[in-house]
Design a protein around this ligand. Structure first.
Ligand code: PLP
Ligand code: ZN
Length: 375
């Protein structure tokens, strides 16, 4: 039976009643799902339902979907190394967050939640708005006043109630939490079901590589949902006997806001919050990730690393990807921007298989991209 377990005090809760955190205030993790079954998987069409067992839903037949997942794994070259790009920016709302939101809103509907409030710097807001629309759930989305116009346009078009908050990203989270006293607080940064949806990135990569896990998966790191989803997904694959080992995970932050990187460097178990500066990578600009402890322990358990990159490296990589025909938003260029440094350190070499997750589409950030091109 799927259960929710607290990452700190180990308390458990059933998945049958609405809940977004432990009574002790810490984040929850989804455990106890049925193991993936290769035989059953093969008979199902591509998409998240292929991996139903691992998603913790009671009524997978009626799961909310907009056709997310099943994204290409494209071979290419970067800094002289052969790499594979996981094109998750091709999800329905233009970011990988759709995988998480599909499962999170499916669970909200199973719980008969009618109205939610979330906070987001943009992509999660757009994704929650789309999936809430598909699920028939009323969504109040709080975003920082300076979030990109496209993301605000998406949120509005999907019919959500858009609330702009002046101040920092943390002020936005604060305001949403306050509003969460009236309706369900469905923050993707807290939701264990959002992370469960992101396990499917790992499942697809493994299937696309015929069950040989890559040596490395490199991904941008903000709230940590993606890194945790990858870790839980690859862990599940080996538990189910489908793959023999875990890939090493590299989480990449922006120098301007690198709380996990600093904590990792200092050998800490928790992630203290940092003061952040402006960065091109707005999608990973999170000064205090609520799952900091889980992120550190997942990356360590995978024998992975945390790295950070400068805005100028992000800018150069954004343009280099463009010249390969890959149109991503600046946040997504952070992960490939870390590859050169990792190769210099001897972590990456041409004989290895290296997957880089490309998370968000360039159409989301045309103003920023025009600025980058003008420099
Ligand atoms: C949210 C987001 C990230 C960071 O993912 P986390 O799960 O918060 O670590 C990276 N890239 C893009 C485009 C995003 O929207
Ligand atoms: Zn607890």
């Amino acid at each position: 039976m799927p259960i929710l377990r607290c990452s700190k005090c180990e308390a458990t809760y059933p998945t049958t009643a609405p809940r977004w955190r432990c009574d002790c205030g810490s984040p929850l993790r989804l455990e106890g799902c049925e193991a993936l079954n290769a035989g059953r998987m093969k008979d199902r069409p591509p998409g998240l339902r292929r991996y139903t067992e691992a998603l913790g839903l009671d009524d997978p037949e009626n799961a909310v979907t907009l056709g997310e997942g099943s994204t290409p794994l494209l071979g290419g070259e970067l800094e002289g190394l052969p790499v594979l790009f996981k094109l998750d920016y091709l999800c329905p709302t233009g970011s990988f967050k759709d995988r998480g939101c599909a499962v999170m809103t499916s669970k909200l509907r199973e719980w008969s939640v009618r109205e939610i409030v979330v906070d987001s710097s943009g992509n999660a807001g757009a994704s929650v708005a789309a999936y809430a629309a598909a699920a028939g759930i009323r969504a109040n989305i709080f975003i920082p006043a300076e979030a990109s116009a496209v993301k605000a346009a998406q949120i509005a078009l999907y019919g959500a109630n858009l609330v702009r908050i002046t101040g920092t990203r943390e002020d936005t989270a604060e305001a949403a939490l306050e509003a969460g006293r009236r309706c369900f607080y469905a923050s993707h940064n807290w939701s264990p079901f959002f992370v469960a949806g992101l396990r499917t990135v790992a499942f697809e990569i493994a299937e696309q590589l015929r069950c040989t896990p890559p040596d490395w998966v490199v991904a941008p790191l903000g709230g940590g949902g993606l890194i945790l989803g990858l870790f839980e997904g690859f862990t599940e694959l080996s538990r189910a006997g489908l793959t023999a080992r875990l890939p090493r995970l590299a989480g990449v932050q922006s120098e301007a806001c690198a709380p996990v990187y600093r904590a990792w460097r200092a050998g800490l178990r928790e992630v203290p919050s940092v003061k952040k500066a402006e960065t091109l990578a707005e999608g990973i600009s999170i000064a205090r990730p609520v799952k900091g402890r889980e992120i550190l322990s997942a990356i360590r358990a995978s024998n992975g690393v945390v790295r950070c990159v400068s805005d100028s490296a992000i800018r150069r990589m954004l343009q280099a990807l463009g010249k390969k025909g890959l149109f991503v938003e600046p946040t997504s260029a952070a992960a490939p921007a870390a590859v050169a440094g990792m190769a210099e350190e001897g972590l990456l070499s041409p004989g290895q298989s290296i997957v880089i997750v490309l998370t968000g589409i360039g159409l989301k950030a045309t103003e920023k991209i025009l600025q980058v091109m003008a420099v």
